[in-house]
Design a binder for this molecule. Structure first.
Ligand code: CP3
Length: 347
């Protein structure tokens, strides 16, 4: 009953709504002065993520400023390698740096022992948020998908085309699949715990899915996601699961059919018309707005927003960006975006 007030849950379940719900990837972050202020109190980014006081506060900031339809847990996809025992550091202006996993021997050092106690702060954050957010707001939990997390673990940093990881996956698929299988297990139990603590929807971010060939995409993106979806549904059959195989192109269709996700985030390279015809009949779509349009603002941004609203008005749709908000984004442009969505009426 209570769920009926939640616009996002209604949309993803295919119920009638008068406008699409809206939230934004990376809605908490450096583009907000209030985020930078709280963040300056803790230099170590992972400690910041594991502190429920900080994490709850910054999760709520964009809700208070813009009145969004969902809160996304404040954390990071790299808490999983950290909890498995890999050394992970974040450097200002440089992003994450990890001690790379290069072979079976490095892999042997990873372990699920102490995994949940390491992540206890994240679970506590979810628990507190589920009590604190407005009753019409949906709480989204998340994790990185195995392929993307593996790329950071193997490259030791962010990498545009992930050459070392791709090479390992071709050269020694059995050894690489041990890493992926460990990540499937860790991601499954991590998301189940988030749901146990109050997450109402979960999202898997597969930021680097697009670098893989068709067959490798099947092995390392679609199949691991399918297994995670299946594992979560055994325990929580009614919690919607969303995927984000960024850069998948027309493989989005196969991804949706095989994984059985309830919703999918579309990057800004996807044709709206194609996705409305091919993806939307199968699951809820969200995303597609170019994050740089939100930096620029003005008339062209507004046109892009209306194109997406119009294009997806025939089915289940959650408004979002095609990738995370960038630090240069003026908060006024986000406010304008929210205004447009709030004024929009579905026919
Ligand atoms: O508001 C939210 O969306 C929730 C928080 C969130 C963060 N990271 C906080 C964060 C979420 C959902 C993520 C996901 C994430 N993290 C992804 C997948 C989505 C995507 O954007 O592709 C990836 C690939 C990461 C890994 C990561 N974390 C990188 C590459 C970086 C450095 C780049 C950057 O933006 O600084 C981070 C750091 C990070 N994660 C920040 C935030 C707010 C910035 C850290 C800071 O405050 O200095």
């Amino acid at each position: 009953m209570e769920a009926n007030k939640k616009l996002l849950l209604r949309a993803i379940r295919g119920e009638a709504v008068t406008r699409p719900p809206v939230w934004l990837m990376r809605q908490a972050g450096r583009y907000l002065p209030e985020y930078r202020k709280v963040r300056s109190q803790e230099k170590n980014f992972l400690k910041f993520c594991y502190s429920p006081d900080f994490a709850v506060e910054v999760t709520l900031q964009p809700l208070m400023r813009f009145g969004l339809d969902a809160a996304i847990l404040f954390s990071d996809i790299l808490v999983i390698p950290d909890a498995l025992g890999q050394n992970v550091e974040f450097y200002e202006g440089k992003g994450p740096v990890l001690d790379p996993i290069c072979n079976d021997k490095d892999f042997e050092r990873l372990s699920m022992e102490g995994f949940h106690s390491h992540l206890a702060g994240v679970y506590e954050t979810v628990s507190r948020l589920s009590k604190k957010i407005p009753e019409e707001t949906t709480l989204i939990g998340f994790a990185g998908a195995p392929w993307t997390v593996a790329t950071y673990m193997v490259e030791g940093q962010g990498s545009k085309d992930c050459p070392t990881t791709r090479t390992w996956a071709y050269r020694e698929p059995d050894s690489f699949s041990k890493l992926i299988n460990l990540l499937i297990e860790a991601t499954t139990v991590y998301l189940i715990k988030q749901i146990d603590h109050g997450a109402e929807v979960v999202q898997l971010f597969d930021t680097w899915a697009g670098v893989l060939s068709e067959y490798q995409f099947q092995c390392w993106v679609t199949e691991p996601t399918r297994k995670i979806v299946q594992n979560i549904r055994k325990v929580h059959p009614n919690v919607p699961i969303m995927g984000f195989p960024r850069g998948a192109g027309i493989r989005y269709l196969d991804f949706v059919e095989k994984t059985g996700v309830d919703g999918v985030s579309l990057d800004n390279g996807i044709s709206i018309k194609w996705a409305a015809a091919n993806i939307q009949p199968k699951c809820t779509v969200q995303g597609n707005l170019d994050n740089t349009a939100l930096i620029a603002g003005g008339e062209l941004m507004e046109k892009e927003i209306y194109r997406i609203l119009d294009g997806f008005s025939g089915g289940s749709h959650i408004f979002n960006l095609g990738h995370g908000i960038l630090p240069q984004t003026p908060p006024e442009n986000v406010l304008r975006l929210i205004e447009i969505i709030n004024e929009w009426k579905l026919k």
